[in-house]
Design a binder for this molecule. Structure first.
Ligand code: GUN
Length: 290
């Protein structure tokens, strides 16, 4: 079993981006600028957004964090998005999800200018992804593709099972893996909570990408010998033995599954850092206008 080290891969990507930023600076041009909107005080979202700001600083991007109260109206958030769309000093921005229940996420996503949608969530960008046109690919699937590419994992003709069908991960992941590309050219099955004979289906996967949001859902009996297993799950579980008071648990039962795999990601240092690096790549793209 070989661990797919997203941490070191993402460091490499960050170095490449920092190098590009140095070149941009040397020409006297403005550096890439990412803004993040955080509504409310959800603990996990606070952490994710703090990482995004830190990542920007590390590679030399400008960043702006916009905090909005949990109780703001949907219109106030839409107005803020209008401002960010019109602000020429900002190349791209994200609105951290999930949003409070009284705000319609779809309305918010639709309000973002597709040219600044570095999350790749807008219909125009998702449509471009399906058509294979230049776009911002949503960060997690893009990071996974980059990980497969950098480890030169053979995907052509393989059976790839994507567990989970979210707009952010499962659906774009399946499209990317089935595309005529490398990595890609896989035969893809999207599985979800209503799929019958799920364990047997997973066992038929050469590449199993798990984004189902249920802790340690994938057990050893669901994994083929020699499979490549990518765990997107990251759930905070209370753990008083940890200084932070919690630990991260993936969607894959890592300890039981790892010895069956040719390659596997761990809950930390796997997909997460690659997702963060992808957002930086998309912001750089936005700066150079795709
Ligand atoms: N919440 C969880 N993942 C993401 C992400 O990739 N982008 C945004 N905007 N919110 C998220």
């Amino acid at each position: 079993m070989q661990l797919l080290d997203g941490k070191s891969c993402s460091q490499q990507i960050r170095q490449e981006i920092a190098q590009r930023v140095a070149e941009i600076k040397a020409t006297g041009s403005r550096v890439p600028h990412l803004a993040a909107v955080l509504v409310g005080n959800d603990g996990a979202s606070e952490t994710y957004v703090a990482f995004k700001v830190k990542d920007c600083q590390e590679v030399g991007f400008d960043s702006t964090l916009i905090r909005m109260d949990e109780n703001i109206s949907e219109q106030e958030l839409l107005d803020k998005i209008g401002e960010l769309n019109a602000d020429d000093s900002i190349d791209g921005f994200i609105v951290q999800l999930p949003l409070p229940a009284h705000i319609d996420e779809n309305k918010v996503i639709l309000a973002i200018d597709p040219k600044k949608d570095v999350d790749g969530f807008c219909p125009e960008n998702v449509g471009n992804l399906i058509l294979g046109l230049p776009t911002y690919v949503s960060a997690t699937p893009n990071g996974i593709m980059e990980l497969l590419r950098r480890y030169q994992i053979e995907t052509e003709g393989k059976h790839c099972v994507v567990l989970g069908r979210s707009n952010i991960v499962g659906t774009p992941m399946a499209i990317l893996m089935s595309r005529k590309s490398n990595p890609g050219n896989a035969t893809v099955t999207i599985a979800h909570s209503r799929t019958k004979n799920l364990a047997a289906l997973c066992r038929s996967a050469d590449i199993l990408i798990v984004a189902i949001g249920k802790t340690e859902f994938v057990t050893a009996d669901m994994v083929k010998d020699g499979a490549v297993v990518i765990d997107v799950g990251q759930t905070r579980v209370r753990d008083s033995s940890k200084k932070s008071g919690f630990r991260m648990v993936g969607d894959v039962d890592f300890d039981k599954v790892k010895d069956k795999c040719s390659y596997i990601t761990y809950v930390t240092g796997g997909v997460g850092p690659m997702t963060r690096a992808s957002l930086l790549q998309n912001t750089l793209k936005a700066h150079s206008r795709l």
